[in-house]
Design a protein around this ligand. Structure first.
Ligand SMILES: *[C@@H]1O[C@H](CO)[C@@H](O)[C@H](O)[C@H]1NC(C)=O
Length: 615
């Protein structure tokens, strides 16, 4: 009797003791359980491969009449989506003569057809290349050809952008299909009419029989570090691992997720859509983000899970206060890039929502999840994760722009609390699949002889810091990219465009911080050609036609000579720190307004500082 009583008491107070020792004990335990479950599922997948498409077909069989996608007021059940995609697959197989293993590029905005076409391609055993629908001309052609795509499928709204590059596509013998019923442009075939005529009978699984975890499933574009966008090879293993994020975030089968992030990025597509298929839930799909409709949509469709990027959370916090703003069913938010102050404000305004902040790169082999909701952290270290996915934070020299090496030539791990460069060990468990047809860039992301001769690590390019409790904080991004409005901007790509302007001799592009904004906004230091003057209108026309809005330099600084390092690398850090204050910087400065570049003034500068001028 006595012993039983003691055992009960111990069991009752054990949780309290554990909590006092480590307030995150239960969060850690929960994470460990999810991680083990995921590990078990992965080892099962290794023995008997199934793809995310098979998972979708499973859900179709399990709950055919459950809503799969809701878009602009219309809903489509799992079964309808299945049938629609059968029709698309049959139309494509007949008219585009696709074979298993072929790559097809998708240039479509967020809409249900995006999903049907992708499912159709998966049913045919084809690989989908998800093109960013903001890109144009040279970038578009580049993205298209670097994945060796055989055909291009275009959304009806994007016809103009494709017509621009059509001669080039035709030269390469590419078939172009548009999602409309008619098209009178020579070289573009209508697809919607062909889909309507096709049968909705299932396709033979034989078509996609030769697949395993390592076969490419998708190409997703990333600006990585330098140059034009690169096609990251996403194999089935990566698709699964990203989909499991919803499981870690605690998403359940009766949840409803709101997807407004572009489906061409890994957040929207892998973590959002594929994750939703894994959970078998309903997706409320939106063409693009709208701050004023956000909560109305959530209320209307009983949304319980949202995805975010930091900028979106700030836009939501900046909307005028309303009485009913706590009146919604959202309980989980999964995403990345939310700042501590926005996080606090968001919870205060919109109620008790579990924010699950994550960190990871599309092509990277290491990531973190802040599963306990510690404000400001991008993730939390966990020994189970580190065991299966070894990584390290190494000392980095920001002046020389390279890792610090000791006398033996090896890298040095930083102690807790110090900022270091995150590198993920490339091994059997954590592969780095690299970029399609770009060996040079793939090699560039690898760091060799890190701790022992012959080891290879993936260089994340991110400087992070881990505190004593194991929380990971983002510090900075190194090298030649910066993030603005949730997009990576490759500085060399922007510089290449600027260099084609007739009066520009040299260009150095970098990102500058602005108060109240995440990331960095683009700025360029230019050296002009002799005897030529800066023409704000001309350069604007050029920038506007060749760069998406998030990549256009908002500030331009004219210098007589651009500073370079001993190895002729351009100096960016110092310029970025100097910023764009016209009272401090003695060079001529220009600011991009609606219609062109105008001279920078203290009024403009102050308005930006005070937040009255929104960038
Ligand atoms: C949302 O939930 C309410 C109450 O549970 C229900 O009456 C309503 O029909 C639901 N709306 C949708 C679009 O599912």
């Amino acid at each position: 009797m006595m012993i039983a009583y003691i055992i009960c008491t111990v069991l009752a107070i054990l949780p309290i003791l554990l909590y006092l020792r480590n307030p995150y004990f239960f969060g850690d335990l929960n994470y460990a359980i999810s991680a083990l479950r995921i590990g078990m599922r992965m080892s099962k997948l290794k023995k008997k491969f199934v793809s995310i498409l098979d998972c979708f077909l499973d859900k179709v069989a399990k709950h055919p009449h459950k809503k799969f996608i809701i878009f602009e007021g219309t809903s489509y059940t799992y079964s309808q989506a299945d049938k629609e995609s059968n029709k698309v697959a049959r139309a494509l197989s007949t008219h585009a003569h696709l074979m298993a293993g072929d790559t097809v590029a998708l240039f479509v905005e967020n809409e249900p057809q995006y999903v049907w076409v992708w499912l159709a391609l998966a049913k045919l055993g084809c690989v989908a290349a998800l093109l960013n629908h903001n890109i144009r001309s040279r970038s578009l052609l580049h993205c298209f050809s670097c994945c060796d795509a055989k055909a291009l499928i275009v959304g009806a709204e994007l016809r103009g952008a494709v017509e621009e590059v059509l001669p080039s596509l035709r030269q390469q013998g590419i078939r172009v299909f548009i999602l409309s019923e008619h098209c009178d442009v020579e070289g573009i075939d209508s697809l919607s009419d062909k889909i309507q005529q096709a049968s909705d009978q299932p396709l033979s699984p034989e078509l996609r029989a030769n697949m395993n975890l390592k076969t490419p499933a998708l190409y997703i574009y990333t600006s990585g570090t330098t140059g034009l966008p690169k096609a990251a090879v996403i194999n089935h293993e990566r698709v699964w691992l990203s989909s499991f994020l919803q499981c870690i975030a605690g998403v359940r089968s009766n949840d409803v997720i709101y997807i407004y992030l572009p489906l061409y990025h890994s957040s929207g597509f892998l973590m959002g859509l594929c994750g939703a298929i894994d959970r078998g839930i309903t997706v409320v799909l939106r063409r693009k983000f709208s701050a004023s409709n956000f909560w109305n949509d959530c209320r209307k469709y009983n949304v319980t899970v949202i995805q975010y990027i930091g900028e979106v959370m700030r836009y939501l916090c900046n909307t005028p206060k309303r009485e009913n703003e706590m009146d919604h069913k959202v309980r989980v938010a999964v995403g990345n890039g939310i700042r501590g102050d926005t996080w606090t404000e968001f919870l205060k305004r919109f109620g008790n929502i579990r924010i699950c902040e994550c960190y990871g790169a599309t092509e990277g082999n290491v990531g973190f999840v802040n599963y306990v909701g510690k404000i400001g952290a991008i993730g939390r270290e966990h020994f189970l994760y580190k065991m299966s996915n070894p990584y390290a934070f190494i000392r980095y020299d920001t002046e020389k722009e390279e890792p610090v090496r000791d006398s033996k030539g090896f890298c040095i791990e930083v102690p807790k609390g110090e900022t270091g460069l995150l590198v993920g060990k490339i091994g059997k468990q954590s592969l780095f699949t690299g970029y399609a047809k770009n060996k040079q860039q793939t090699e560039k992301k690898k760091l060799k002889d890190v701790f022992v001769k012959g080891d290879v690590y993936f260089n994340s390019g991110d400087l992070l810091r881990v505190d004593n409790e194991g929380f990971v904080y983002f510090q900075d991004r190194i090298g030649d990219t910066f993030r603005w409005k949730g997009e990576n901007v490759a500085t060399t790509e922007v510089a290449d465009i600027l260099l084609t302007v007739d009066f520009v001799e040299e260009a150095n592009v970098y990102g500058v911080k602005v108060p109240g904004h995440e990331g960095r906004i683009g700025m360029a230091a230019l050296k002009l050609k002799e005897n030529m003057d800066f023409d704000g209108k001309a350069i604007y026309q050029h920038v506007k036609s060749y760069l998406p809005s998030y990549a256009r330099p908002r500030f331009i600084r004219i210098q007589d000579a651009l500073a370079v390092t001993g190895t002729f690398k351009q100096l960016k850090v110092k310029l970025a720190e100097e910023g764009f204050n016209p009272t401090i910087i003695k060079n001529r400065l220009f600011f991009l307004e609606d219609k062109g570049y105008v001279p920078m003034t203290s009024e403009i500068f102050n308005a930006i500082e005070e937040g009255t001028l929104r960038l």
